[in-house]
Design a protein around this ligand. Structure first.
Ligand code: CA
Length: 532
């Protein structure tokens, strides 16, 4: 249930089902067998990987990979699956024991990594990094916090990470995922100000519902819509007006370093009551409780929302001036707060090397190229100088710097998926202006966060990306499965029936029965280890 938060910055994301519609099963090349050496002495490595259905079925058709082969003299024989079936195919390959040399863009979580290491399927990489990977070593020297974060509790590194920095601290791009977008054309039409308090928001939403701001004579406006599950389309943003607030993993940290479960706080209860008031007034889109992305998108494209939530409005209502970011609202106490989303641009399990690999030095040499700064930028976003298709970049050879080209109407995520290779890489904040320009969509969002949200973030700490032990992960997962499902069910009931006050004490008791205190102590121990 913990969504992968270390997402590649994709801005205008394609929906999962749009991708599924384009599904092409692409099991090209490769037998999954171990490496071979060809007659000309060029080493061939067998890698298992995944890519978007928009990308070439054979990753060697990507210009980046062609250049890597020229540069390293190493040929990669890819077995490539589209992302929707990859996890299943990967698990089958590992279970069969017919291991590739490495799994690239592996999609492994912490539990997988620790289990595979324990079973001897993947190998520790510490010595390879030390002896054969100067580029990765340099990254870990420049940003030593990542070395700690990719090191397993047993002291070994079992995977090559993906690192993407876009801003830091409160100003990082992940700082708030579920941004609120309000219809400013409707505000203007009705002569209303941008709301500054939760009560003003309620009045604005009532006006949207009753005063026909789209002027078609019908009450077809949807004052407020969201997707009622943790993530970027949830309305959790509104909870911060009532206290510590809420985020997708229900975890915040006080300024004294105490880990807090959001959903047992009094402020949380008050926020739930406020949402119930909106529900009672008929301001909430009834489809919020079961809609999928496509339904949410369809109504958004028709500009039917007064207020809705997502990472970037361009994904839902387009890159235009109809909607604007709604600043955080003062709650009943007059306090304004913005709850920070936990998460940074780090995916630990981006690539693993298997115990079948007989060419470890060559593998390390090839992977290390991916951590060269100019190369990392291309791995992540796409390349330059491709005469067969649109380029993401042009290369300024004099400066040794990649510059983003105008997209000319192309969706950035589509172009990135066709031409980038993902996989292990590192882009540090210091690279912008030195090795690359920042993507326009990311720069735009960073500025909005900085101007509108950051000044109101009261929390100095977020919950870090802790590498828990296998026992801790087992226990956390067992607790969360029931506890998170329970809290989401109760919250939805309370939005609709308003009985949160009557049921609150019983709810707290049930949370404790489901393991809340254990959960807190494991999370606190992880936090303390990580921050000392
Ligand atoms: Ca209307």
């Amino acid at each position: 249930m913990n969504k992968m938060r270390a997402k590649k910055y994709a801005g205008r994301t394609l929906s999962v089902s749009a991708l599924a519609a384009l599904l092409i099963l692409s099991g090209c090349g490769g037998s999954g067998k171990a490496a071979t050496e060809s007659q000309d002495g060029k080493v061939t490595l067998n890698f298992l990987t995944q890519s978007s259905p928009l990308a070439p079925a054979d990753p060697n058709d990507k210009l980046i990979n062609k250049r890597l082969e020229e540069k390293t003299g190493i040929h990669i024989n890819w077995k490539n699956y589209t992302s929707d079936v990859f996890a299943e195919k990967r698990n089958l390959a590992v279970a069969s024991g017919d291991l590739p040399d490495a799994i690239f863009d592996a999609g492994y979580g912490d539990y997988d990594l620790l289990k595979l290491a324990k079973d001897g399927v993947i190998i520790p990489l510490d010595d390879l990094i030390e002896q054969h990977m100067p580029n990765l070593k340099k990254v870990l020297e420049q940003a030593p916090e990542y070395k700690k974060m990719i090191t397993a509790p047993d002291g070994h590194i079992y995977s090559f990470p993906w690192i993407e920095e876009l801003g830091s601290g409160k100003e990082r791009i992940q700082s708030v995922d579920d941004l609120p977008w309000i219809n400013v054309e409707w505000l203007k039409k009705l002569g209303l100000e941008m709301p500054k308090t939760t009560e003003e928001l309620k009045k604005v939403l009532i006006a949207f519902k009753t005063q026909d701001p789209n002027g078609n004579g019908k009450a077809d406006e949807i004052p407020l819509s969201f997707v009622n599950k943790p993530g970027g389309e949830d309305l959790a943003f509104l909870f911060a007006s009532f206290g510590l607030g809420e985020n997708w993993d229900h975890t915040v940290v006080t300024n004294d370093g105490k880990v807090v479960f959001t959903a047992s706080e009094d402020g949380y209860k008050e926020a739930v009551k406020f949402v119930h008031e909106l529900y009672q007034e008929g301001l909430i889109d009834i489809e919020s409780f079961q809609q999928d992305w496509n339904t949410y998108l369809a109504k958004g494209k028709d500009n039917r929302y007064g207020l809705y939530f997502t990472w970037d409005k361009a994904n839902i209502t387009g890159n235009n001036d109809t909607y604007d970011l709604m600043p955080p609202l003062a709650g009943p106490s007059g306090e304004v707060n913005v709850t920070r989303t936990n998460g940074i641009g780090l995916d630990r399990g981006r690539m693993v090397v298997t115990s079948s690999n007989k060419h470890l030095d060559e593998t390390a040499k090839w992977v290390d190229q991916l951590y060269d700064p100019l190369q990392s930028v291309q791995d992540n976003w796409g390349t330059y100088g491709d005469d067969k298709q649109q380029n993401i970049f042009e290369l300024d050879e004099a400066k040794g710097m990649l510059k983003h080209l105008p997209l000319e109407g192309t969706a950035p995520v589509e172009l990135r998926q066709k031409t980038s290779i993902a996989g292990p890489l590192a882009i540090l904040n210091g690279y912008y202006g030195k090795y690359t320009t920042m993507p326009d969509d990311a720069a735009w969002r960073l500025k909005l966060l900085k101007d509108v949200m950051v000044p109101h973030m009261k929390a100095e700490n977020t919950y870090p990306n802790v590498f828990f032990s296998i026992d801790e992960l087992d226990r956390l997962s067992t607790i969360q499965t029931d506890m998170f499902a329970y809290l989401e069910r109760k919250r939805t009931e309370w939005y609709q029936n308003g009985k949160v006050d009557q049921e609150w004490d019983a709810y707290l008791k049930e949370l404790n029965r489901l393991g809340l205190q254990d959960w807190l102590s494991i999370k606190q121990a992880g936090y303390d280890r990580n921050t000392k």
